[in-house]
Design a protein around this ligand. Structure first.
Ligand code: MG
Length: 337
């Protein structure tokens, strides 16, 4: 197997703000694994929050490459070897593993959802993210969100009430909010109660990732479901969060790939938790890979590719927000132009 690495600076249409930071350029990496005339494609969207950057991914990929099984179909075992070779570095692991799934699908002439035994008709609608920032941009962002029936609004800034008020004045769509760990537990209860006047479906990660007791505190005091995102990166985390939150947001780029995410899904289901699959700012490569898993979950927040203006690929599409999986082999990607 031969591996080619390329750099892709993804540019968001609007500055993308969450409670921790704001960026407009996201330094992702795309890998291509060539084997017997087929090419499998994968993407890394490294996040500083999880200790990664383009540089760490570039540093780690050669280490992972040396432990890959020669047989590209033995993905579970290769993923296990990745974990043994080096800790953390989830985006680096996810991108190689994703490329292997794409390659395996192409070699077997089957789309990824079929390899996983899933129905392509069972995909949910995706939410569309309204990032945190100048409330004067709200109307422009809502225009971009027009084809989508569910909004995910980033909160945890000083002007949340104004932002939500302006959104609600414009639309009666379902709204979910994500604080990205911005609040203390007490503050979270106060803020969530205030935000409930705007008809919120659920809240994601109200308190910081390590504060499991804080998540429990908040959930016991508010009337809407609480989801964990940053608190849930591994199957072991899902066990810790059982009975603490109502649901979990899964991402390939924090769990380390499809194998680990599938384990998290099954562990969470065994504990009757709700599930969402989310994303970083990613091109259609990473978003399409995640979309193939969505028949297994309740909610999707897979809009990273829709928020950028230089997506190098096309794959999953949306129709009135519903994720439409490509029927081509592997991930089902094509170049954008
Ligand atoms: Mg989140």
């Amino acid at each position: 197997m031969k591996i080619k690495i390329s750099h892709h600076d993804l540019r968001t249409i609007h500055p993308f703000g969450i409670s921790r930071r704001t960026d407009q350029v996201f330094r992702n990496i795309i890998v291509e694994i060539s084997h017997q005339g087929h090419v499998g494609i994968g993407e890394a969207a490294p996040s500083e929050y999880y200790g990664e950057s383009r540089e760490t991914v570039l540093g780690v990929l050669p280490i992972l490459e040396t432990v890959m099984k020669a047989d590209p179909f033995q993905i579970e075992e290769t993923a296990g070897r990745f974990s043994m070779a080096i800790g953390r570095n989830p985006a680096a692991k996810a991108c190689l593993e994703m490329a292997l799934y794409d390659l395996a699908g192409k070699m077997l002439n089957a789309p990824l959802y079929k390899l996983l035994g899933l129905s392509p008709y069972m995909t949910p609608v995706t939410s569309y993210t309204i990032s945190l920032g100048n409330p004067d941009l709200i109307e422009a962002k809502l225009k971009d969100a027009a084809p989508f029936s569910v909004l995910k609004v980033k909160v945890g800034g000083p002007r949340d009430l104004e932002t939500l008020g302006r959104i609600r004045a414009n639309t009666d769509k379902r709204i979910r909010v994500d604080a990205n760990g911005a609040w203390s537990p007490k503050e979270a209860v106060k803020r969530i109660r205030e935000l409930c006047q705007f008809g919120i479906e659920f809240v994601e990660q109200p308190v910081q990732a390590s504060d499991i007791d804080g998540l429990r505190y908040v959930r016991e005091r508010v009337d809407i479901p609480i989801f964990a995102d940053e608190s849930a990166v591994s199957p072991e985390d899902v066990v810790k969060l059982s009975g603490v939150v109502d649901g979990i947001n899964l991402k390939l780029m924090k769990s380390g790939g499809i194998c680990q995410t599938l384990k998290m899904i099954h562990v969470a289901r065994a504990q009757s938790m709700k599930l969402m699959i989310g994303c970083m700012i990613e091109s259609s490569v990473g978003i399409t890979a995640a979309a193939h898993l969505t028949p297994l979950v309740d909610y999707a927040d897979l809009d990273g590719n829709l928020l950028i203006d230089n997506d190098p690929f096309q794959g999953v599409k949306t129709e009135k927000g519903k994720l439409i999986l490509p029927g081509k082999p592997g991930l089902g990607l094509e170049p954008a132009h």
